[in-house]
Design a protein around this ligand. Structure first.
Ligand code: ARG
Length: 578
């Protein structure tokens, strides 16, 4: 990757001035404007300050120590001491050939020191409707997993299902008292969701008796009561089928699905141990963990003996450390759980678990077009599936109305699925994850702008060039890949596109750095735009000679493979024609 290469060259040069070069190396960047070269190093100013010297002088000296001729055409000092770098065209051409020789990985090597990650994401609450927040966690977690794996890290994915909470108390209580056996036989999922809503409605309306009964049923379940366990085992698969259907449509699988129920047998020991070690203590009859500088403890056992969400999460960490020995554990949930995870991570440290990094990869809310929290049709269990249906339906209308390649009905449906589902995924991932965002079908399915459809369309358009020219891509790659072919980059648009293609690896690293897939979507958008300009300005099939034509075809092919790979990492399919 060019940025890394430049940085390592600068590192050598700068280390002749100071020992700790890291803060300076990050100042080697893309130039914002081609007038200032392709890359820019803004190192001289801070370095000069530190050495009490003149910035331009320091810049000149850095350049004199820099060994960079093989890569760069010119390296110049400008303004207050900026170092502007113009890459050699022949170097860019060489880099493109390297990517071509390794299209599966787009020439991106695996990291030298791979880490082991556990990614804890999705975690819907079984027997309760899965909501858009869980969709967000699912989509983000899946993208991050793919991106990390692509870069060579090892990832264990674990779906921490909420399969043991009071919602089961509601279901069990409802099942025993309000179940319509006939309906349950015919439409179990609908009937279960009806009794859940019915009981929930009573509690929300302040019915103390029902609330107490629900707690009692939950406690009985946790104590291993046979009747309640039987209902739990009966109900679980129905609910899981619904959830699995969503995963299938999104194309998502997990390595492990170890829900809260899995950890239940470990909880009493965990609490005893924490008390024994003086980490947890009694407070008002309950057991809690207290933290310096905060009055809010993390409760791990209630007065009535019930364990909490946090208790399970402590047991989960212990289990994961033992089973997976990860270097990093990522948790994907919304902002509202910030305090929970802060306390959880502190607790782990108090327990002496120091050899792992924890990160709460938090995200904002999904809002409706009215700016209020987005709701799928009132508490319906099929809510999320309905949402995906709607996106596919609207995508189908769009596909049919601008079908230029005369697709068959089957093809139209296939394309509509990719665009509809892809649109939802992309809309989510293209946001800064920490902001709230507004869910809008119109925006997410737009053919223009930073959307999946735009990217998918760009991909299909590139592929159609090959189809039109009757060129077999694999054959083409072989041909240009062998006999010392050197693509030429004459036009500005060609050069710009080549540089952009070669930034893919950086985009992946930016996305990994702070777990932000939107940095990858932003890159893909930029790439598609650069391609658009190139396509407007540079005829491909009708290029003036063979070298130009093949060079342009190569740029087309690498654009397409980058878009495809990028979208694939995000969990989005491409189609060859649309
Ligand atoms: N079930 C939780 C929820 O719906 C998410 C689980 C997140 N993972 C965890 N280990 N706490 O909010």
């Amino acid at each position: 990757m060019i940025l890394d290469l430049l940085r390592s060259r600068f590192e050598l040069a700068v280390s002749e001035f100071v020992d700790d070069v890291s803060e300076y190396i990050d100042l080697v960047r893309y130039s914002q404007d081609v007038r200032f070269g392709d890359y820019q190093a803004n190192i001289a100013m801070p370095l000069a300050k530190r050495l009490s010297r003149k910035p331009r002088e320091v810049a000149d000296e850095i350049i004199s120590r820099l060994r960079i001729d093989d890569i760069c055409d010119s390296v110049e000092v400008a303004g207050a001491g900026f170092i502007n770098i113009v890459l050699r065209d022949s170097f860019l051409a060489e880099c493109l050939c390297k990517v071509l020789a390794d299209v599966d990985r787009m020439g991106i090597e695996a990291v030298k020191k791979p880490k082991k990650f556990v990614v804890d994401y999705s975690g819907p609450n079984v027997a309760k409707p899965m909501h858009v927040g869980h969709l967000r966690s699912t989509v983000l977690g899946n993208a991050l997993t793919n991106i990390l794996r692509f870069r060579g890290h090892s990832v264990v994915t674990d779906n921490h299902l909420g399969d043991w909470g009071t919602q089961f108390g509601m279901i069990i209580f409802g099942y025993k008292n309000y179940l319509d056996a006939d309906l349950y036989c015919r439409q179990p999922v609908e009937e279960l969701s009806r009794i859940y809503r019915f009981v929930r409605g009573k509690i929300d309306a302040g019915d103390q008796e029902v609330a107490a009964n629900v707690l009692a049923e939950t406690a009985k379940l946790h104590d291993g009561n046979a009747d309640n366990l039987k209902i739990w085992h009966e109900v679980m698969p129905y609910s899981m089928n619904e959830i699995d259907l969503i995963y299938r449509r999104l194309g998502i699988t997990f390595d492990y699905t170890l829900g809260e129920s899995f950890y239940h047998p470990m909880l009493s020991e965990v609490v005893d141990d924490l008390i024994g070690r003086g980490i947890a203590r009694e407070t008002d009859g309950a057991i809690g963990i207290f933290f310096d500088g905060s009055d809010t403890p993390m409760l791990i056992r209630k007065k009535d003996g019930a364990y909490l969400y946090g208790t399970t999460d402590i047991a989960t960490i212990l289990y994961r450390m033992r089973e997976f020995k990860p270097d990093v554990i990522l948790y994907l949930t919304d902002f509202r759980q910030s305090l929970h995870f802060e306390q959880l991570f502190k607790t782990a440290r108090m327990m002496g678990i120091n050899e792992v990094e924890f990160a709460h990869v938090k995200f904002g809310a999904v809002l409706g077009e009215d700016g209020k929290p987005f709701k799928t049709r009132s508490g319906d269990t099929v809510g999320l599936n309905g949402l995906l249906d709607e996106a596919e339906k609207r995508a189908l209308e769009i596909v049919k109305s601008n079908d230029r390649s005369k697709l068959s009905d089957d093809n139209c449906n296939e394309v509509a699925k990719s665009i509809g589902i892809g649109g939802i995924i992309y809309a989510d991932l293209s946001q800064n994850r920490e902001s709230d965002y507004i869910f809008s079908y119109d925006k997410m399915l737009a053919m223009n702008g930073n959307t999946a459809a735009y990217m998918q369309y760009a991909y299909a358009r590139v592929r159609s060039i090959f189809a039109k020219g009757n060129i077999d891509v694999k054959k083409f790659r072989k041909e240009v890949g062998t006999d010392g072919f050197k693509p030429e980059l004459k036009a500005d648009a060609e050069r710009m596109l080549a540089k952009e293609i070669l930034k893919f690896g950086d985009a992946i690293d930016f996305a990994i750095k702070d777990y932000r897939p939107n940095l990858l979507t932003a890159y893909l958008f930029e790439l598609a735009n650069k391609y658009s300009t190139f396509f407007e300005q540079c005829p491909v099939l009708r290029a003036e000679n063979e070298l130009t034509r093949n060079s342009r075809l190569l740029l087309c092919d690498l654009t397409a493979t980058t878009l495809k790979k990028g979208l694939e990492l995000l969990g989005i399919k491409t189609v060859e024609r649309m």
